[in-house]
Ligand binder design. Structure first.
Ligand SMILES: [Zn+2]
Length: 370
């Protein structure tokens, strides 16, 4: 292990980024789903900065209430403050906390990295919201005015506003979708907004992220049993529905739905489809009036699922840091060439020797970089 660390240092030589640390994470029995997501998040710079900041603040105030947020910020601080530039760290306290918190992750069975990412982000949001509510008087600027309206503003029809506190997790990952439904009788458009922290995309063989996003936003006709209740017509009508991105997030996390339930088999199957994900992505499915409707993104991390089935396998991650691509496989960290990224697109044949497929993609907005 020590030798692989120095190998990485040798490979980078003078180009080893100042102040950066590349540490592998020890596996505690099928915890690669967690390690791969943690590496992607550690190299999500705005996310890392917030956690390091949180750790330094709780250290000062001394009230380190043990929760997932404190455990994660401690882990990131531990990596960031290592004397050595490379090596291995055991994320033991963090894993214990995850298992304590969620029985789903308690077993040694293979877990889903996307479920874990979802759980983690939502858990952090809950903790930050609780902290904000506890520490701020109702007049504090941190609380959204909606909160003060006591249900009058947000208690109405489409009031899906659970998040009256905007946390830094929202500021980094949250985007807004708008769901437009056009009544085919009266042409009235009903728009409903919903927020997301990541997007799950259906995939097709021999496709690309751009085509998956286009399908995500394609027009769907509601008819027959599935008609739409139009408020203007006061009745069920045929309608056309489509979902577009109204405000693109700073960090766009895309989950490829590679695990599909096959009814005939009575179980999930992994789709090894080739889905090309570009290093630079231009969003094609934003609303015309969206701020930065030509939103441009750059790929900085990929969580890869290795294996042919959903119930076994392995997770690794690819990370871009200071213009170098790195490969993280639990304890091991290697430098890779940028061209290697395309070997994780998937395969055009159903059975292939290459079972390493991009599963969660992390893109960073080029406009909101600083
Ligand atoms: Zn109508």
């Amino acid at each position: 292990m020590g030798s692989s660390g120095s190998k990485l240092e040798k490979a980078l030589g003078d180009q080893f980024p100042e102040g950066e640390r590349y540490f592998g994470l020890e596996n505690f029995g099928n915890t690669c789903y967690c390690n791969s997501v943690l590496q992607a998040l550690y190299f999500c710079v705005p996310f890392r900065d917030q956690l390091l900041d949180h750790a330094s603040r709780t250290k000062v105030s001394g009230d380190a209430d043990d929760n997932l947020l404190t455990c994660l910020s401690e882990l990131f601080t531990q990596i960031n403050s290592q004397k050595k530039k490379t090596g291995v760290i055991a994320p033991k306290r963090f894993i214990q906390r995850v298992k304590k918190q969620n029985e789903l992750f308690r077993s040694y069975m293979h877990q889903d990295a996307h479920e874990f990412l979802n759980f983690l982000l939502n858990e952090l949001v809950d903790i930050l919201e609780r902290e904000a509510t506890a520490s701020s008087k109702p007049t504090s600027g941190q609380v959204h005015p909606d909160k003060l309206a006591n249900g009058t503003a947000n208690g109405t029809a489409n009031g899906n506003h659970h998040h009256s506190v905007v946390t830094w997790v929202h500021k980094i990952f949250q985007g807004t979708l708008t769901n437009e439904t056009r009544c085919l009788r009266c042409e009235t458009i009903t728009a409903r907004d919903e927020t997301f922290l990541d997007l799950s995309l259906d995939i097709e063989q021999n496709s690309s992220i751009t085509s998956c996003l286009r399908n995500f936003s394609s027009t769907e006709t509601l008819n027959a049993e599935d008609k739409f209740f139009c408020d203007k017509c006061c009745s069920l009508q045929e309608a056309q529905k489509r979902m577009k991105i109204k405000s693109p997030p700073r960090i766009l996390a895309l989950h490829l739905k590679r695990f599909k339930y096959i009814e005939q088999l009575g179980r999930y199957k992994k789709l090894s489809y080739r889905v090309v994900f570009p290093l630079e992505l231009k969003l094609c499915n934003t609303t015309d009036d969206a701020p930065g409707s030509e939103a441009e993104y750059s790929l900085f991390a990929v969580v890869v699922h290795v294996g042919s089935g959903p119930n076994h396998g392995h997770y690794v991650s690819l990370v871009k840091s200071h213009n170098h691509w790195l490969f993280f496989d639990d304890e091991n960290v290697e430098i890779i060439d940028e061209s290697v990224v395309q070997t994780f697109f998937g395969s055009t044949q159903e059975y292939s020797n290459n079972t390493d497929h991009g599963y969660i993609l992390f893109y960073e907005s080029l406009e909101q970089k600083h």
